[in-house]
Design a protein around this ligand. Structure first.
Ligand code: F6P
Length: 371
């Protein structure tokens, strides 16, 4: 029997987000201190496997590694483009040539689909940890990075509110989210939006204009906040097609509202962009990253693979990666309690009637009562 130390690989794949370094730190600490494993950080994910580029990560200087707790981005670099599958054999060989006994990927749904195929083809001992400010990885209530992004947007909305109110202006604030509107919905409710537009519920310019008019007539309020996810689309528009003449959905909505509004409106657009992905993680993302990193290492040590660590019902659980891939991306449920909450607060969330309240814990039919 070999007495050599086991070697764990870790990488970050897809768009970066706050909390990646915190997860790396947790993995290194637990793998080296609790199990005596060696940890290799693969640089730029599959690119690093392809080029055999990796760095040793160790907990001896956990003093040094503590810096990671507060650091945005990823010290390992990430990659969210390129045709990895076209070079599948070379990427797969990288895992074996680097002498890995297991590999943990901290990744979003796009990377996970590709990595699952590589892992199966290459016979990798593979585990995943979900991360993305979009929070659209299936079978987990939370992905690392989402909570911090929500807080960044809420902070931005509060700053924009004060200038909007001072000048009686309407602001369109464009946030990330091409296919799922979790970030717009959570931050819009928490940040006092009057309109929240998400990919899952089509809107009409007329509906937005009527809402702004109502705000003015009922409350005498001339300023307003419209939060729009990148992937929101108008009723009747094919969501798979972009709005060709517009580089930004926020600008498109602003132009149309000014054109069609029956009341005069002064409007400004603010596209938050990659600010939403940068900077130090908030406490919730640090906790998630620590819990998920720890659990992934435990799975590797137990020899359990093919699973993603997930957050469900307030605790860390594990789910088969194949199930996650089959159900991605996780959309906002238009009948969820958060949509109803937004509507109850008088927020326009698209042309959708408000559903009656149903207590999901009193309902036996899990399909119709799912939140
Ligand atoms: O998936 C994360 C995400 O931030 C999306 O919300 C956004 O649409 C996309 O990545 C932006 O990608 P890039 O960094 O390549 O511009």
């Amino acid at each position: 029997m070999s007495t050599s130390r086991k070697r764990l690989g870790v990488f970050t794949s897809g768009g970066d987000c706050p909390g990646l370094n915190t997860a790396i730190r947790a993995i290194v600490a637990h793998a080296t201190l609790s199990y005596g494993w060696e940890v290799l950080g693969i640089l730029h994910a599959t690119q690093g496997l392809l080029e055999r580029k990796a760095i040793p990560l160790n907990a001896e200087g956990l003093g040094g590694m503590d810096v990671l707790l507060n650091m945005g981005g990823t010290i390992l670099g990430a990659i969210n483009k390129g045709d990895t599958l076209a070079q599948a054999d070379d990427v797969i060989a990288g895992y074996h040539e680097l002498g890995l006994d297991a590999l943990i990927a901290i990744c979003g749904d796009g990377s996970l689909k590709i990595l699952q195929q590589l892992a199966q083809k290459g016979n990798w001992n593979f585990l995943a940890i979900p991360k993305t400010i979009d929070n659209d990885v299936a079978l987990t209530d939370r992905a690392i990075g989402f909570d911090t992004a929500v807080n960044i947007v809420v902070d931005a909305l509060s700053r924009i509110t004060s200038t909007a109110a001072s000048h009686d202006r309407v602001f369109v604030v464009e946030v990330m989210g091409r296919t799922a509107g979790h970030l717009a919905l959570y931050s819009g409710i928490a940040g006092g939006a009057d309109v929240i537009l998400i990919p899952e519920i089509p809107y009409s310019i007329e509906g937005i204009c009527q809402h702004l008019q109502k705000l003015r007539e009922r409350w005498g309020r001339k300023f307003a906040l419209i939060v729009v996810a990148e992937g929101a689309h108008e009723i009747g528009h094919d969501p798979s097609q972009p709005y060709p003449p517009h580089h930004s959905i926020g600008q498109y909505i602003a132009d149309q509202v000014v054109k069609q509004s029956p009341i005069p409106i002064e409007l400004r657009v603010s596209v938050l962009g990659h600010i939403q992905r940068g900077g130090a993680p908030m406490a919730m993302d640090r906790l998630l990253a620590a819990g998920m990193g720890n659990t992934a290492v435990d799975l590797a040590a137990q020899g359990t693979f093919g699973r993603m660590v997930a957050w469900q019902g307030g605790q860390v659980v594990t789910v088969p990666i194949s199930d996650v891939v089959a159900k991605c991306p996780r959309h906002v449920d238009p009948d969820s309690f958060l949509i109803r909450t937004a509507q109850g607060l008088g927020i326009y969330v698209g042309d959708k009637p408000m559903l009656p309240y149903v207590d999901p814990t009193l309902c036996r039919d899990e399909v119709t009562c799912a939140i």
